[in-house]
Design a protein around this ligand. Structure first.
Ligand code: OGA
Ligand code: MN
Length: 217
């Protein structure tokens, strides 16, 4: 990890500070993305992706009216792709903490595959004040994405009422990294018309306590 923050990480940090979100194209190179795509495709071939749920732990439930993606968590030292991405996010964590003093402590992330027709209805990633997930990240892994393919991420900044206009629509293009404040930014994945690949992740505070220790992945 270098001492000076990387320029892209500085831009992300400034975006979080100024408006609560940031969209950085070409955060990773195509070659770097290929390593991650290969891993996701292998997981898919081996049928190791599982239906994503909503809610944590005992509240966890699969609801196909809300989200239709399939996921697989990344683990440290499991394979070169997981290790590579988690190290990139570790450097980002360090740079955001240096700029914003958010006290980001841990990172968790999963590969996500949306089948054709897949979506994720408007939601927040964390409940206000729960101090669970603080900053969300999504990296897109789709080399050929054209307008009309759907699957855009709509970012809202004006609350959770239906009918609000999104502040930004992001195409899920290869190498684009979106970062936003988990408690403040409602967002949704519009229906994808073809298979859509990504890695969603969350920086968290250390919320371990004597009777509840947050699991390390
Ligand atoms: C999520 C999510 C956005 C995306 O997984 O919580 O909102 O663009 N993903 O995949
Ligand atoms: Mn989300």
């Amino acid at each position: 990890m270098s001492d000076l923050p990387n320029d892209k990480n500085t831009a992300i940090t400034n975006g979080l500070y100024d408006k609560g979100w940031s969209c950085c194209e070409n955060y990773l190179t195509s070659e770097e993305c290929m390593l991650l795509i290969d891993r996701l495709e292998r997981l898919q071939e081996e049928q190791r992706l599982e239906a994503a749920g909503i809610g944590r732990k005992d509240e966890h439930q699969v609801n196909k009216d809300i989200r239709r993606d399939k996921i697989h968590w990344l683990y440290r030292d499991k394979c070169p792709a997981d290790t590579f991405y988690l190290m990139k996010m570790e450097a980002l964590r360090h740079d955001i903490n240096r700029g914003l003093f958010l006290g980001l402590f841990e990172y968790e992330a999963h590969y996500a595959l949306y089948p054709p027709g897949g979506f994720y209805k408007k939601h927040y990633d964390s409940l206000k004040g729960s101090k669970n997930r603080i900053v969300s990240t999504v990296l897109y892994l789709n080399p050929e994405w054209r307008p009309g393919d759907g699957g855009e991420l709509a970012i809202y900044t004006d609350g959770h009422a239906d009918g609000d206009e999104p502040e930004k629509i992001v195409q899920p293009k290869l190498g684009t990294l979106v970062t936003f404040l988990s408690e403040d930014i409602p967002h949704e994945v519009l229906p994808a018309h073809k298979e859509r690949k990504s890695i969603a992740g969350w920086f968290r505070c250390n919320s371990s306590s004597a009777d509840r220790v947050d699991p390390l992945r």
